[in-house]
Structure formats: structure tokens, C-alpha cells
Design a protein around this ligand. Structure first.
Ligand SMILES: N[C@@H](CCC(=O)N[C@@H](CS)C(=O)NCC(=O)O)C(=O)O
Length: 227
């Protein structure tokens, strides 16, 4: 038995992207089930992952279903201690946990105004003040993480870790909506766009089911920023 990971539309489901990166970016083998948001089949598929009500949902090799991203992250880190999901250094690990928790619980303005859509990039989405405040907070905590962990490479806490997994969809939003960020944040976004797992996911997202009208926005478009 291996893990059975259930996700939804790769183009739009930011939590699915996080769930999948936890496996793919750390070399953890799994089977994949793909369902569709906003379709009756969604509930039917999730019924097979009781008690999940959202994706990602994971059936563990022992049959137990875990379906909250944070819980999936902790379970995988516990079951695969050598995979490097959390930083090994205790201080860097604490910083990563802080970042992951804040992402899981916050940034609602950014999430509401700029839902992830990997099929399009907009030149300008007129970000309102609360979105700009979220972006300022991101810049602050990303810089704080680098200072506290001494990370000088592309990632927030040293090597690519769960902290980066949780901010991958944020990077996609900054790229997709051309959000105004500074140079350091732009470099972090570019690192995500160039990450092999992210690139594979985005490539697959382009032909992964029909467009979902819910995500259409009437903003001027531009080409997806190349990695
Ligand atoms: N708290 C959940 C959030 C997951 C979530 O909201 N997933 C969305 C897709 S990105 C979903 O399944 N939406 C369907 C629904 O809410 O009915 C987690 O951490 O995994």
C-alpha cells in the first residue's frame, strides 16, 4: 500500500498544489486521484475519503484519511524524517512552522482578491489596500525568516522546505496578478516558477480539465512570466 492523494483542478486548487508538493518535491511516492471543484463528482469522490470535505485529502498506507494540509504536512514529516520536509536545524524548523501556520490561517485579502489561476497572467488587478497590506506582511515575514535562519539561497529557511511549499501558491498569485512586490520577493517568486515540481504541476494544469468560470477576471492580460 502507498499513499493515495486526492486533489482537484491543478490550475485553480492552491491547497491541492501544496498537498502535491509535499509528496513530489520530497520524493515521496503516491497514487493520485484528480477530481473537479464545483461539480457533483467532487462530493462523490470525497465520499471515498471520509471524513474529508476539502482537497487535498490523503489516504495513508494504513487506511487512515488525513485531509487538512497542516496535518498532512506533519504526518509526512513524521513518517519520513529523512525527507527534509521540515528544516533539520531546530531554529530554522521553528521559523518554518511559524511561516506555515501563518499562511494556513491568514492572508485572506490576497486569497479572496487573487484566487490562484495558473492559466492566465494579468497585467494589473487593481489590488485594494487590504491586499497591499498582505503583501507588506509577506515581505516582512519572508525577510524575517531569512534573517533568523541565515538563509542566503533562494528559499526561506535554508533548503526547500514545507515553508516554501505553503508559499508556492502565493508566488503563483504574485506572478499571475502581477502584484507589486520588491526585488527580494520577486526573486523568491522566480525561484518557485523555476522549481521543477512547480513547473511540472503548471504544465499539467494547462490541460487539466475545462476552464472554471468562477476564476475569470476582467483584467488586462499578459503572458505568463517565464521562469
Ligand atoms: N483547510 C484546508 C483547506 C482546503 C481547501 O479549502 N481546499 C479547497 C480547494 S483549494 C476545496 O476543497 N474546496 C472545496 C469546498 O470547499 O467545497 C486545508 O488546509 O487543506
Amino acid at each position: 500500500m502507498t499513499y493515495d492523494l486526492c486533489i482537484a483542478d491543478r490550475a485553480y486548487s492552491s491547497w491541492s498544489l501544496r498537498g502535491w508538493l509535499m509528496f513530489d518535491a520530497f520524493g515521496i511516492t503516491h497514487d493520485l486521484t484528480v477530481t473537479r471543484l464545483y461539480e457533483p463528482g467532487f462530493a462523490q469522490t470525497l465520499a471515498q475519503y471520509f471524513p474529508a470535505k476539502t482537497v487535498p485529502a490523503v489516504r495513508m498506507p494504513d487506511g487512515l484519511v488525513v485531509s487538512e494540509s497542516l496535518a498532512i504536512a506533519e504526518e509526512l514529516a513524521t513518517r519520513h524524517p529523512d525527507a527534509g520536509l521540515w528544516p533539520a536545524d531546530p531554529r530554522a524548523r521553528a521559523v518554518a512552522r511559524q511561516l506555515v501556520s501563518e499562511m494556513h490561517a491568514g492572508f485572506m485579502a490576497l486569497r479572496d482578491h487573487c484566487p490562484m489561476n495558473l492559466r492566465v497572467s494579468y497585467a494589473d488587478c487593481a489590488p485594494p489596500e487590504p491586499v497591499l497590506r498582505d503583501l507588506a506582511r509577506l515581505a516582512l515575514i519572508w525577510d524575517w525568516a531569512r534573517q533568523e535562519t541565515g538563509s542566503t539561497g533562494p528559499w526561506l529557511c535554508g533548503d526547500y522546505s514545507l515553508a516554501d511549499v505553503f508559499y508556492a501558491p502565493v508566488a503563483a498569485r504574485i506572478a499571475g496578478y502581477n502584484l507589486p512586490v520588491g526585488e527580494a520577493e520577486q526573486a523568491y517568486v522566480a525561484a518557485h516558477l523555476a522549481h521543477p515540481s512547480f513547473r511540472r504541476w503548471r504544465e499539467a494544469s494547462l490541460s487539466d480539465g475545462p476552464d472554471q468560470p468562477f476564476y475569470d477576471r476582467d483584467y488586462p492580460q499578459r503572458p505568463w512570466p517565464s521562469a
